[in-house]
Design a protein around this ligand. Sequence first.
Ligand SMILES: [Zn+2]
Length: 98
Amino acid sequence: MSHTWIKKPSHTKKKSTFKCPDCGAACRISQTKILSATYKEFYASCSSDKCGGRYVFGSEPVRVLTPSQTPNPNITLPLHDHNQDTSPSANIEKEQSC
Ligand SMILES: [Zn+2]
């Protein structure tokens, strides 16, 4: 199974999208903190018993690829510059599979 950044089935429940920065194992999210309309933090612990690391991951949208049909008036996100992105996969760092 190869991961691509474009096609991710959004309705498939995935346990976690975060990997331990130290050992690379999947992290289990124990708590989600919503800090603003766009910014969330995830409290996660590494699933590896040997590692035992715990981390706070941040998640926020950085740019808009396609504007929403129902935009949130409280947020303003910069538009993605499509002109500088002629080959979307060229500079994307692919998610490593373990
Ligand atoms: Zn770990």
